[in-house]
Ligand binder design. Structure first.
Ligand code: IPE
Ligand code: IPE
Ligand code: MG
Length: 250
């Protein structure tokens, strides 16, 4: 384990990760894509334990997008089986480490057995106070915003809310992870520089970190590198650099 320490008030509160490149990593080794998915589990474990050790408030891992159903049926089936196996195998460990697990996304498309497993894992870890681990599965940023808008429209149609009273906060309150801070740092592996319909609203002001490492190669050191990079960014939120510096002097 690395002994690098970061001052906790400089750390990102919420990290989002697009875990990409499993297939290419496997192909480079002359193996089928699913080998890459299986080997990816180790990187997930290492990322979670690093986030927990640093005291990060929340981490959201993109495991399966609403667009990934378009993949060959065999690959989708392997991913679903893997999800089920990992949930069964790892949830007790997460609970023992005081971590809270939440699955975000449209769960209705999963098999009843998987939905049951998810509900049990969420219930078991619900009261835990350590890092919140969100796994985004059958998740899409546009889906998330659409669902929020539907709920707000429902309130309007029932007369509980006037259209002119809708604010950004109204939408935020109906999104997945409404109880968590917005994403500060987004990490994507595999060299791709796109968001692929991840958390569009919650990442509005995130710092975006791209690494060429494939996801199965992403380890504790790679995560610490991303966090060190984040700490050196100047987050201006629309202000000028000079304004921020004068605020710091006051
Ligand atoms: C990410 O790796 C995992 C999922 C999207 C489920 P990929 O499977 O996208 O791997 P590449 O990008 O094809 O190499
Ligand atoms: C994004 O990866 C989704 C996940 C990591 C789960 P993809 O590999 O599906 O993204 P695109 O299609 O290349 O943008
Ligand atoms: Mg990919």
């Amino acid at each position: 384990m690395s002994d690098i320490q970061f001052s906790s008030d400089l750390l990102p509160q919420h990290i989002a990760v697009i875990m990409d490149g499993n297939g290419r990593w496997a192909k480079q080794r002359g193996k089928p894509r699913i080998y890459g998915h299986r080997m990816a589990v180790k990187s997930v474990r290492e990322t979670i334990s690093t986030a927990s050790r640093l005291g990060i408030k929340a981490i959201t891992l993109f495991a399966f997008s609403s667009e990934n159903w378009k993949r060959p049926e065999e690959e989708v089936n392997v991913l679903m089986d893997l999800f089920m196996t990992v949930l069964t195998r790892e949830v007790k460990k997460l609970h023992k480490n005081n971590l809270r697990l939440q699955i975000i996304g449209d769960k209705t498309r999963f098999s009843p057995a998987l939905q049951k497993k998810i509900a049990a894992a969420e219930a078991l870890t619900e009261a835990n106070t350590g890092t919140v681990i969100n796994v985004a599965a059958n998740y899409g940023g546009k889906w998330d915003i659409t669902e929020a808008v539907k709920q707000v429209a429902q309130q309007v149609s029932e007369g509980q809310l006037q259209p002119q009273d809708i604010t950004e906060a109204t939408i935020s309150q109906h999104l997945s992870m409404a109880d968590l801070p917005d994403v500060d740092l987004m990490i994507r592996t595999s060299g791709e520089c796109r968001i692929s319909n991840f958390m569009l609203w919650q990442m509005a002001y995130a710092e975006l970190y791209f690494t060429d490492l494939f996801w199965p190669e992403f380890d504790e050191q790679a995560m610490l590198d991303a966090i060190a990079w984040f700490i050196n960014r100047e987050r201006r939120f629309g202000c000028t650099s000079e304004q921020l510096q004068s605020l710091m002097i006051q």
